[in-house]
Design a protein around this ligand. Sequence first.
Ligand code: NAD
Length: 378
Amino acid sequence: MRLAVPREVRPGEQRVALVPAELTRLSAIGVEVTVLRGAGQLALYPDEDYEAAGATVATSEGELYEGADLVAKVLPPTLEEADQLPEGIALLSFLVPSVDLDLVRRLSSRKITAFSFELVPRISRAQAMDALSSQATVAGYKAVLIAANRLTKFFPLFMTAAGTVRPARVLVMGAGVAGLQAIATARRLGAVVSAYDVRPAAREEVKSVGAAFLELGLEAQEGAGGYAAAQSEEFLARQQEMIGQHVAASDVVITAAAVPGRRAPLLVSTAMVSQMRPGSVIVDLAAGSGGNCELTRDGEEVTWQGVHVIAAAELAASMPTHASSLYARNVSSFVRLIVKDGRLAPDFEDEIVDKSAVIISGSVHHEPTRSDLEEPKA
Ligand code: NAD
């Protein structure tokens, strides 16, 4: 059984799917690894370290995929990358299947079996494979550092001979994995933090990491599988109305609210931003799925009446060393689930394997993706 690890090719991506330290866990179950030359370079894992850990370093894609059964990547392959994959190989990566249907078509025409990290169910047995969480942890942490760096004020309280500095006020909207990590990081830097989320369970989670939970007294729709449900227009309008004064009083707002498979909910309107003090900072972690702030422009920083609105998609790629080592553990844990007696043998009766499979030997297995593909084009 051979696992191939290519170099990520999408612009800005610095992570690698496997790090040398993870090779022992794979060789223990009979998995041999080939890494493309330079695959770990940007994440600071040199080829020599992979070799020292027992991997083969390939000098071309042809060599990389020679005899490979499985390829592990971070981001979905581009169409060009998909064309380089040998027919019938298995793929493990983020795939966002509902977004890139062309990619799904291409992979399926090459008889590929594709597993998507976004689809790994959030059950306790799958925690070590939860790449959404591991990468959200990095993003939540980094979002606060970006905000602190942009702010012209301190985060902590200072009582000095030259006067007293009041701590920064940080508001976190959406207390999932990224939001909770943002709260914890802002607290460590000494800010006064408050947070809001529609899930009732978030109240205790927010408090446990040291923030005040904003009680808006709104009745939210409950979601399934621990996720939030999409809320009604009335709910979102009411939420915006009630959250406005808290946004206005904040030096920093970190937005990290998402509903799986949907556009991110709009939580911070332009009118709300207009009420903030000049110099305040909004970091929008939902920028990649439409943004939680009306002023967010993906990939850009917008300054509106002195308030900086920073679109922050794929922040995990900007801390590639640790983001890759966490991701690599997610990869090796998933690989251990689909390898039996030293051979690739996914058991599709297993809930985790079944739910995370988008394509099995070329046939689209993930129901929502299949119906998206079948929908006639308008
Ligand atoms: P996510 O990225 O899908 O969403 C982020 C947050 O946005 C969620 O907490 C959601 O409730 C919130 N949100 C949605 N609409 C909102 C709105 N209108 N206003 C305010 N907040 C809104 O979430 P995630 O980080 O992937 O985590 C989702 C849940 O799954 C959390 O409860 C998390 O603790 C849980 N989880 C469980 C496991 C496990 O059991 N293995 C692993 C990871 C996460």
